[in-house]
Design a binder for this molecule. Structure first.
Ligand code: SF4
Length: 191
């Protein structure tokens, strides 16, 4: 069932008209990945390299927040790397990336969640948190222990340097909250 779903997602071109270029769906993981990490959408760089989180934000996430090696992060038995949209959505008129089409999450991500036997979820960034916890305050979700389908779900801010103000306003994230989330990740990975 998972393999059929993966094939269907990789062939998906539903947003081609909206994006104005050929979508490149990204999937990394397997049905027994221990952690499902769900972010917003692949970046323009990932659209080209097809390797998620292969940038400064990804290095910060792995090395400083999770404190794990690249090898551990990219091991599909450990992480299922998903997003609200599987494809880079292109640039908006203000120069930032377009919002991820939620239709992708409704069509594919919910099925992936049914197929993958992960132990915990990590939701990365506001768009991902909002999809699962609509109308909830993003910062409050970060400091709470949430659940999705009865499994622990930790919400993280995006590690991008563009988020500098949020980190300045919420120093307790790096001072304490990240330690609890890292502990949960290490426990699941048995490291
Ligand atoms: S973003 Fe999702 S729905 Fe749109 S083309 Fe990519 S895989 Fe298909």
């Amino acid at each position: 069932m998972f393999n059929e779903l993966k094939e269907e997602i990789l062939k998906c071109r539903l947003c081609e008209g909206k994006f104005g270029f050929e979508p490149h769906p990204i999937i990394m993981g397997n049905p027994n990945s221990k952690i499902m990490q769900i972010s917003q959408a692949p970046s323009q760089n990932v659209h080209k390299t097809l390797k998620p989180f292969d940038d400064a934000s990804g290095r910060k996430l792995r090395n400083e927040w999770y404190c794990i090696s690249d090898e551990t992060f990219y091991n599909p038995d450990n992480f299922y790397i998903a997003a609200i949209a599987h494809c880079y959505p292109g640039k908006s008129s203000n120069g930032g990336d377009r919002l991820p089409p939620k239709m992708c999450a409704r069509k594919w991500l919910l099925k992936e969640i049914d197929c993958v036997n992960n132990e915990i979820f990590i939701l990365l960034g506001g768009k991902s948190a909002d999809f699962f916890f609509p109308k909830h305050d993003f910062t409050s979700l970060i400091f709470k222990d949430n659940t999705i389908n009865g499994k622990p779900a930790y919400v993280l801010p995006h590690p991008s340097p563009l988020n500098a103000k949020w980190f300045k306003d919420n120093p307790q994230f790096l001072e304490s909250r990240i330690y609890k989330i890292r502990e949960a990740i290490h426990e699941v990975l048995k490291i």
